[in-house]
Design a protein around this ligand. Structure first.
Ligand SMILES: Nc1ncnc2c1ncn2[C@@H]1O[C@H](COP(=O)(O)OP(=O)(O)OP(=O)(O)O)[C@@H](O)[C@H]1O
Ligand SMILES: [Mg+2]
Length: 393
């Protein structure tokens, strides 16, 4: 058993049975004690229910999200986070609704735990919390940014963009991880890396994942880039709450997290895009690619977030009479960047396992450096303040 101080817990659940169950589970962990269980979700900052929780000053608040009407519980999470920014909130709800998980995380929940919950799951969450708090104290609570890279259609250049963007970020700002979540991971091949572990190992070990274990799953690259290598066989589905937890770890550890999604078009792609600062949709400038890009924008934005999607035109060649704004209106997303077509720097580089960014000053390398600077122009790495990933995007 991990030695940890007893946590003081507040439970908020409108449903009587859920409230009773959560109380029993909390006390059953033997590392926490339920000090107060309320049925009312605070609605304003002066709400007596909120003042009461603030007075108790618990170590963690558990909020049960009702399936039928989640809005008042989500609003309560926001209020709790505003009034008690240091106090983590765990949300409990059905994991069958990805947008609910994202909404809870955005509202400021630190964990989203599937209902029905077990004592073991709750205990694991408490252990994660205390070990994360130990780490945060020594690391001033900085949170990194996620950039997702996805293609409009197969072979458009998502992996090329993700690999070179990650190398560019690492080269100029450091502390960058490249996470390969493509259906079949090619990033290691692009980098000529020989990974011992993959994303699957990190996900399998989530229950005990801390910074040092996370680092041990990474393949170290030139200039210090860390690669979390992708699947070598099509992977089994990952639950959204597991993935959100992995990303919470990643942004606690790295300043920049670049994710290669390539042709991925599923709940994982959507979740990663909703956790991203910017989603780079890589397309070529032909009719079929732009048509697919428009469909991708619709797919990824069914639950909102269109403003975070940016188009990257790869293998760009100017077509007379076709302007950038025509491309933007065809796709329904703003154009962020253009990458030139260069067989030698890109294709031959992939065959040799030596990406363009490793060779300094080619036109393509400059394009990726420029992309990295654009994405980070407002970042002040040295003065980065503590913030929650889920609320800042
Ligand atoms: N800017 C470029 N100039 C020339 N060739 C390029 C460029 N970008 C990509 N390519 C070529 O396109 C191929 C596909 O690129 P990449 O693997 O990055 O695409 P992807 O979108 O990740 O594809 P997949 O659907 O397989 O995941 C590369 O093997 C490379 O040969
Ligand atoms: Mg790819």
């Amino acid at each position: 058993m991990v030695a940890m101080p007893e946590l003081s817990v507040v439970v908020l659940a409108a449903d009587n049975e859920q409230r009773a169950v959560l109380q029993v589970l909390v006390d059953g962990t033997n590392v926490a004690h339920c000090n107060y269980a309320g049925a009312h979700f605070p609605a304003t900052s002066t709400d007596p229910a909120l003042r009461r929780v603030v007075t108790i000053a618990p170590d963690v608040v558990l909020v049960d999200i009702p399936r039928d009407d989640p809005s008042s519980s989500l609003h309560a999470i926001e209020l709790l986070r505003q009034e008690m920014p240091e106090t983590p909130v765990f949300a409990f709800g059905p994991i069958s609704q990805p947008h609910l998980i994202v909404s809870a995380m955005r509202a400021g929940a630190r964990e989203f735990i599937e209902r029905p919950t077990t004592t073991t799951e709750l205990l694991e969450a408490f252990v994660r919390l205390t070990s994360a708090q130990r780490k945060t104290r020594s690391d001033s609570g900085k949170r990194g940014k996620v950039f997702a890279v996805i293609n409009a259609k197969g072979g458009s250049g998502a992996t090329t963009t993700a690999v070179n963007l990650a190398l560019a970020l690492q080269g100029s700002l450091g502390s960058t991880a490249l996470i390969d979540l493509a259906p079949l991971g090619h990033a290691a091949l692009h980098l000529n890396a020989k990974p011992q572990f993959t994303v699957a190992d990190a996900l399998r070990n989530l229950h005990r994942l801390d910074s040092s274990l996370l680092e041990s799953f990474m393949t170290q690259q030139d200039k210090g880039l860390h690669l979390l290598a992708g699947a070598t066989m099509p992977a089994v589905d990952t639950s959204n709450s597991e993935l959100a937890r992995l990303f919470d770890m990643l942004i606690g550890h790295y300043h920049y997290v670049v994710v290669d999604l390539s042709t991925r078009m599923d709940a994982t792609a959507r979740l990663v895009c909703s956790l991203s600062e910017t989603v780079l949709l890589v397309a070529q400038a032909d009719v079929a690619s732009l048509w697919s890009a428009a469909r991708m924008v619709q797919y990824l934005c069914e639950t909102g977030g269109r403003e975070r999607i940016r188009l990257v035109l790869n293998r760009f060649r100017k077509v007379p009479g076709f302007e950038d704004r025509d491309t933007e209106s065809a796709v329904g997303a703003k154009l962020l960047w253009k990458i030139p077509n260069h067989y030698f720097a890109i294709s031959a580089g992939i065959d040799r396992g030596s990406p363009a960014m490793r060779h300094g000053s080619s036109e393509v390398a400059r394009a990726f450096s420029g992309l990295a600077s654009t994405l980070t122009e407002y970042d002040d790495v040295s003065k980065r303040t503590a913030r929650s990933m889920f609320r800042s995007i």
